[in-house]
Design a binder for this molecule. Structure first.
Ligand code: AP5
Length: 216
């Protein structure tokens, strides 16, 4: 890894592929922020802010929050000082309008695509628990919290996401395949796409993610 060169990384992959899980590790490893619109929206919903009230029904039904809202949120976030040495996007961009907005803001250095079959997505999501305050992700079997139902990081209660119910998951997977996956082609033309096999343990996948970042 080159010292002093910003890493502007985006993680792509279907729901449950481990984008959030691996983004947390990348953020800690590289010392750059993990930026997840999903986490920001869920925290706003838990805190019942105006943003939270505006997006709650949209998120719980598995639809995308309007592009103007998400693009503004992302632009304001990456303008903050802690993003000077880069950041890890987890869940942005998700469609052409967001990709165009991203191009106007910055250039990605890495697009990591984590692939898993749909049965695995559904299996992992069924046992996922998240902290609605800090966004840390757990799995009842593969990554349990130390105290059942309590976040290891901030001590808040863990929840089962409303958008992890079957109808919302189907909608989210459909949006991924129709709107998000086609964006990867534009990054392939720039030679920055790294395809990661998302099967195996969290540690196995993490080794592949690190290898992709070190392959510069
Ligand atoms: P978001 O929160 O980003 O959800 P998502 O993209 O649907 O992705 P997931 O969180 O479901 O999956 P993940 O790949 O991060 O998997 P995870 O690491 O948790 O977005 C939610 C909503 O917010 C959207 O539907 C939309 O409404 C809104 N939104 C977000 N971004 C937006 C945007 N750009 N524009 C508009 N709206 C937006 O892992 C899953 C589980 O598996 C966990 O329990 C984990 O512990 C476990 N696990 C991970 N890796 C492994 C492994 N290797 N083996 C076993 N278990 C594993």
């Amino acid at each position: 890894m080159k010292e002093g060169v910003p890493h502007i990384i985006c993680l792509f992959g279907p729901q449950g592929s481990g984008k959030g899980t691996q983004a947390e590790r990348l953020s800690a490893w590289l010392g750059i922020p993990h930026i997840s619109p999903g986490n920001i929206f869920r925290k706003a919903m838990a805190d019942e802010t105006d943003l939270g009230k505006q997006v709650a029904d949209i998120i719980n039904s598995g639809h995308l929050v309007p592009d103007e809202v998400t693009n503004t949120l992302m632009r304001e976030r990456i303008e903050q000082e802690d993003c000077l040495m880069g950041f890890v996007f987890d869940g942005y961009p998700r469609n052409t309008a967001q990709n165009d907005a991203l191009h106007a803001m910055t250039q990605l250095t890495h697009a990591l695509v984590i692939d898993i079959p749909e049965e695995e997505s559904l299996h992992r999501i069924g046992e996922r628990r998240v902290c609605s305050q800090c966004g840390m992700t757990y799995h009842l079997t593969f990554k349990p919290s130390k105290v059942t139902g309590v976040c290891d990081v901030c001590g808040s209660a863990l929840t089962h996401r409303d958008d992890d119910k079957p109808d919302a998951i189907r909608k989210r997977l459909d949006i991924y395949h129709t709107s998000t996956e086609p964006l990867i082609t534009s990054f392939e033309q720039r030679g920055i796409v790294h395809r990661i096999n998302g099967m195996g343990s969290i540690d196995d996948v993490w080794k592949r993610v690190q290898e992709a970042i070190q392959k510069e």
